[in-house]
Design a protein. Structure first.
Length: 102
């Protein structure tokens, strides 16, 4: 019983730390210059992205490509530029974090 409680607590701490770390990664990669978690800046709020792609099993790979290569038209006339400073692994981390937001 104590072991299960310890493991559960450790996983909760890791999950919350991971979410914070991904927000830090978004800041480090300059994503927050155009996005925020709750409000539209230049691009959509991350929570709106999560809502739009909820249930879409292809969303992660589509959004990873948009992060890396840029895109336009999905959220209006302002294009999202390519982000060559973001590796594919970092893009997956960022997109998973964005899609997990509620």
């Amino acid at each position: 019983m104590k072991y299960s409680l310890l493991v559960g607590t450790a996983l909760a701490v890791l999950a919350s730390g991971s979410a914070l770390a991904n927000a830090d990664l978004a800041k480090a990669k300059n994503c927050m210059a155009c996005h925020s978690v709750d409000n539209k800046v230049v691009g959509p709020a991350y929570k709106e992205v999560a809502k739009k792609y909820a249930g879409d099993k292809t969303a992660e790979n589509k959004l990873v490509q948009k992060v890396m290569k840029g895109g336009s038209g999905t959220w209006g006339a302002i294009p999202m530029p390519a982000n060559p400073q973001v590796s594919e692994a970092e893009a997956h981390t960022l997109v998973k974090w964005v899609l997990s937001l509620k």
